[in-house]
Design a protein around this ligand. Structure first.
Ligand SMILES: [Cu+2]
Length: 183
């Protein structure tokens, strides 16, 4: 009986160890909040620039207003390609309640640019670097001009172009917050 009890006690310890390992892995999720002022006239991702390791999960969370997180990719309504070739595009659809969230796990190294559908023209965009920078997201916004098959791609609007943090800043600081306006 004593032996049996010891066996169960040891089992319990092993389970506790597993729970800790899971918590540690969960902490590696990179969180990006979707923000808005009271009037909805100022909207942004916070942080606007993030560096993650390949295989890491990024989680968007609504703080206020209605948003999407949508990869720059032709499959998303003809937007220009600004994630690595071979990476899977994502589109959260509308996230409408505070606390609503959307997770994406990024495995292909490179630069990932994304936007919020209702707020792209207002400059609500973000950039993620997975591992080493590279791919279309690291190139100029008009890199595709003149390439066959891209005639219908939508360019990134001017206000959004200005909002992106530089790849250099993301590589230096790992987490980049926007500099203008409220935070
Ligand atoms: Cu938005």
């Amino acid at each position: 009986m004593l032996t049996r009890r010891r066996f169960f006690a040891a089992g319990g310890l092993a389970l506790a160890g597993l729970a800790v390992a899971r918590l540690a892995r969960g902490a590696r999720v990179a969180e990006i909040h979707m923000k808005s002022d009271m009037e909805g006239s100022d909207v942004w991702f916070d942080p606007i620039g993030v560096w993650v390791e390949p295989g890491q999960t990024v989680r968007w969370i609504v703080d206020a207003n209605v948003h999407t997180t949508t990869a720059y990719h032709p499959k998303n309504d003809g937007h220009s390609l600004r994630i690595p070739e071979g990476a899977t595009p994502w589109d959260s659809g509308f996230l409408v309640n505070p606390g609503d969230r959307y997770d994406v796990t990024l495995t292909v190294p490179g630069v990932y640019d994304y936007f919020c559908q209702p707020h792209e023209a207002a400059g609500m965009v973000g950039r993620i670097v997975v591992g080493k920078p590279g791919g279309p997201g690291a190139m100029a916004f008009d890199y595709f001009r003149g390439r066959p098959g891209t005639e219908n791609w939508k360019a990134v609007p001017p206000a959004a172009q200005k909002a992106f943090p530089s790849v250099d800043a993301i590589m230096r600081r790992r987490i980049v917050r926007r500099t203008r306006g409220a935070s």
